[in-house]
Ligand binder design. Structure first.
Ligand code: URA
Length: 437
């Protein structure tokens, strides 16, 4: 077996055998197959797809490329949530402490930014001292003692995804159902959780552009999870505009601190939707009691304290959680509307790319991140604006500023008619099928 034959086979739209899939995943993980050959194969997969059996084999090969965590000592109710990626999506970092306050364990392994989407791990690292590379032993200890812990894919958990993810980010091979499905599910199955909620996004700021594609991806992921004996559900959620009005690493942390203090916003509504669904998948809650538990965790201030506790346990400076003014942010620059009308649409991926261009994300694998840059939206879909009104503020340190201003003015589309309001969630998928809202 050799990698050239495998690339040729996929180029010619043929299905790869189980052995071929394990061969390229293991060879790449071991450093025996170079990036350029895997890049070529990834592009062939993007263009020619994979059938369900190939996707299952790819997930399985990636899952077994490293260790599989066993958290059975926590006695069940270890939950996990995974977003397929969006712009201004800091749900995980607010959700983990909320869920821990509701009596379930959150053992979460998150990723870095991918293409135009932000990464939970990059956001966490904007808190000075924060250690996202805890040893497995420390990770277990924090989960057990605090109730929640969020780290990167450290150690030997799904090393295949760590390498593939970084390569996909810089080779235009992200938006592909088989690759997203295997990337997400290999990590979820390796991380030892019993109950998994997938947040599958669609729209201009998601890898899936349509509801139909998001549903297809959700069904494939739920099936793989069920086949592996886990309780898995998937929410189909809207990403036609940034999930929150703060985009950028430190800015998003500042925003979740406000949400955990009770600020009502689109992010709050999404958090509630995700938390209630996830808690209802456990044997502790139904939807009604989950809603009450969610609200109490925030209103009592316990969720904010829990975030500070988690940050401290991960060696971060918890003073930043109680004093967000300590975060260093870039210089502020307003971006103005160039016409009267309503915000009728947003090219949300371009808003994410503007943040990357300012230094908030990576163009190359090894690029450093500037945590202090980002965008604060002053308008959302449906806002009425007059020429010269502020659309958003850029936080910058002088990098690509003019480019970002133009990108944002083009991405926020102003028309004459107010668009229909967008729901947060459109459907839920579980072992019984699709439930439309
Ligand atoms: N999130 C992941 O973990 N992997 C992907 O491929 C896309 C989103």
């Amino acid at each position: 077996m050799n990698i050239l034959e495998i690339i040729e086979k996929k180029k010619n739209k043929l299905a790869l055998s189980t052995e071929e899939i394990h061969f390229f995943v293991n060879g790449f993980t071991a450093g025996e197959i170079p990036d350029y050959q895997i890049s070529s194969l990834l592009m062939a997969i993007v263009l020619n797809g994979m059938d369900d059996r190939e996707i299952y084999d790819l997930t399985d090969a990636m899952l077994h490329s490293g260790d599989v965590m066993d958290l059975s000592e926590l006695g069940g109710n270890v939950v996990d949530k995974h977003s397929t990626g969006g712009v201004g999506d800091s749900t995980t970092l607010a959700l983990a402490p909320i869920l821990a306050c509701c009596g379930v364990y959150v053992a979460k392994m998150s990723g870095r930014g991918l293409d135009f989407t932000g990464g939970t791990i990059d956001k966490l690292e904007s808190i000075p001292g924060m250690d996202i590379a805890l040893s497995e032993e420390e990770f277990r200890k924090v989960v057990k003692e605090v109730g929640c812990c969020v780290i990167g894919q450290t150690g030997n958990l799904v090393p295949a995804d760590k390498k593939l993810y970084a390569l996909r980010d810089v080779t235009g091979t992200v938006d592909c159902i088989p690759l997203i499905c295997s990337s997400v599910m290999s990590k979820k199955l390796a991380s030892g959780s019993d109950i998994i909620l997938l947040d599958v996004k669609f729209g201009t700021g998601a890898f899936m552009k349509t509801k139909e594609d998001a549903l297809l991806l959700a069904e494939k992921m739920v099936n793989i999870g069920n086949r592996a004996g886990k309780s898995v559900g998937a929410l189909i959620t809207d990403m036609e505009q940034p999930l929150s009005d703060h985009i950028g690493n430190a800015l998003e942390i500042v925003n979740i601190i406000d949400v955990l203090k009770g600020k009502k916003s689109r992010l709050y509504n999404e958090l509630k939707e995700v938390a209630v669904k996830l808690l209802s998948l456990t044997d502790k809650y139904d939807e009604q009691s989950a809603t009450v538990a969610f609200e109490q965790a925030i209103e009592s201030g316990r969720a904010l304290d829990k975030l500070a506790e988690m940050v401290k346990a991960q060696h971060g400076d918890e003073r930043y959680i109680y004093h967000p003014e300590l975060f260093k942010l870039g210089e502020m620059l307003p971006v103005y509307a160039q016409a009267d009308g309503f915000v009728t649409a947003m090219n949300t991926a371009e808003i994410g790319r503007a943040c990357t261009a300012l230094g908030g994300g990576r163009m190359k694998k090894e690029d450093p991140i500037d945590y202090s840059v980002g965008i604060k939206m002053d308008v959302m879909l449906g806002s009425e604006v007059k020429k010269g009104d502020v659309l958003c503020y850029i936080y910058h340190n002088g990098k690509n500023v003019e480019h970002a201003v133009k990108q944002l003015q083009d991405a926020i589309i102003i028309g004459s008619e107010r668009p229909q309001p967008h729901k947060i969630a459109y459907a839920f998928v579980d072992k019984d099928g699709v439930h439309l809202y």
